[in-house]
Design a protein around this ligand. Structure first.
Ligand code: EPU
Length: 423
């Protein structure tokens, strides 16, 4: 198991330079899954070279699809009548495998899959998916190890009201609906840019989708056809936000290049509220550490609110702000699972209830050996290590590799002393 060794800057703002943002993991994954429904070859550009994308490639190939990677371009040619069983080993490790469940069910009329795993962020149920597919006529059965959804005569049109706003739930049902026999209306949809990107991809293939990015999406039956060449994956707003937070913590001029500032409104406004000057010019966003960081109350929310995936990195920034700050996690149970480790580094952070923590600052952080519990908290620990005094070792590098491309190269180029250590 790899880990990262980071030599901290002891609070000095010395990181400098430009960092390029990769394609969005959470847009690439649903679009890759949706490719299974397209006749012919799909070519996706700006695909991030990260472990989750490779896992999705593995799942598609296990179903009989062909894939090739050339630089950041990924070609997918699905098999006409592919398999109906999602590889259990990979599926269990990655929650996004549920997106492939949607495509296989819609295409083959049946799909068997393990409980989709992924980061431990609380219970992460699949009721929203099961209810959605049932509303389109699928039946659901389970054994101790697997779930099966089947609709041998194909999915029907229908109306779905999501009780919970779910990003992958919206994407999965929108993908499946393109093959339904009649029109499908989805209510209380997630409005994340990745939902819109998935709809744009499906539309480029011929789908008739309206309303993506709003609470109501309608999908009318259509045939999805390639060739689709050079379909661009949108930039990763979470990677971009992570580097902006790093710039506010330890930057002497960090410029994030290739991001879409319109996807980062809540993050940029929070940084400004804390006293950070954020300079936005087209796809370039520059930040530096201000003389004083002001305390803030940060509350995660579905898009366009503050993203839950940046809650832990933002908490690290709040440890350096003057006064009392708070983070409230409203999207997931169990996403304050990193607090004890951050407190071991010297943060004054108290969990007041499972959804809220209070942070008092500024507190100098000390280098420690710590283990990231998930992709985003792992990245937050790298940020904490970057400003700490002394050396830190961040274990579970494989979790960080799931979502961040060439992270140690990008951070080294900004001047951080970081190296990967293989056990
Ligand atoms: N929920 C249910 N039932 C369901 C599905 C979800 O109760 O059947 C609940 C969840 O437990 C959670 C809430 O709904 O409390 C919202 O979860 P959502 O379904 O939106 O999350 P997701 O689709 O599983 C995606 C991202 C996550 C990101 C969340 C929220 C992908 C592949 N994953 O997850 O990204 O945190 O939306 O924005 O798009 C990450 O990239 O590290 C990551 C965890």
């Amino acid at each position: 198991m790899d880990s990262f060794k980071v030599t901290g800057l002891a609070g000095k703002a010395e990181l400098h330079g430009e960092v390029g943002i990769a394609g969005a993991k959470n847009a690439a994954l649903p679009i890759m899954a949706a490719s299974l429904l397209v006749e012919g070859e799909v070519q996706l550009a700006n695909v991030p070279d990260i472990a989750d994308v490779r896992s999705m490639v593995g799942l598609i190939e296990a179903l009989g699809g062909f894939t090739t990677f050339m630089g950041d371009t990924l070609s997918i040619r699905p098999k006409e009548a592919g398999g109906t069983v999602i590889d259990a080993e990979i599926g269990k490790r990655m929650r996004a495998s549920i997106l492939l469940v949607a495509a296989v069910l819609a295409k083959q009329g049946s799909v068997t899959f393990p409980h989709p795993g992924g980061c431990v962020l609380g219970s992460r149920p699949i009721d929203v998916f099961v209810e959605g597919f049932a509303a389109l006529g699928a039946t659901f059965t389970e054994t101790a190890e697997t779930y099966t959804l089947s609709a041998p005569k194909g999915l029907s049109g229908g109306e779905i009201f999501f009780r919970v706003m779910s990003v992958t739930g919206t994407e999965a049902l929108m993908i499946a609906a393109t093959r339904a026999a009649g029109p499908v209306t989805l209510h209380n949809c997630a409005m994340e840019p990745e939902v819109v990107a998935t709809a744009e991809f499906l539309k480029a293939c011929g789908a008739r989708i309206e309303g993506a990015g709003s609470p109501t999406i309608t999908v009318a039956p259509a045939r999805l056809q390639a060739p689709i060449s050079n379909f661009q994956i949108i930039p990763d707003r979470i990677e971009a936000g992570s580097f902006l937070i790093l710039g506010a913590l330890a930057g002497k001029g960090i410029t994030v290049k290739g991001a879409d500032p319109s996807h980062l409104g809540a993050v940029i406004e929070t940084l400004r509220d804390m006293g950070v000057t954020v300079d936005v010019r087209h796809d370039l966003i520059s930040v530096s550490r201000p003389a004083v960081l002001r305390a803030a109350e940060v509350r995660t929310h579905e898009y366009p609110g503050f993203p839950t995936d940046l809650q832990a990195p933002m908490a690290v920034l709040l440890t350096q702000a003057v006064g009392e700050s708070a983070v409230s996690e409203t999207v997931f149970d169990g996403r304050l699972n990193y607090v004890a480790e951050l407190a071991r580094m010297g943060a004054d952070m108290t969990v007041v209830n499972p959804h809220k923590a209070i942070i008092k600052g500024p507190m100098p952080l000390k280098g420690r050996d710590i283990m990231g519990p998930d992709i985003r908290a792992g990245l937050a620990f790298i940020l904490a290590a970057a400003i700490a005094e002394g050396e830190s070792t961040i274990g579970n590098a494989h979790l960080i590799d799931r979502g961040y491309e060439k992270i140690e190269q990008k951070l080294s180029a900004l001047g951080l002393k970081i190296k990967r250590v293989s056990a």
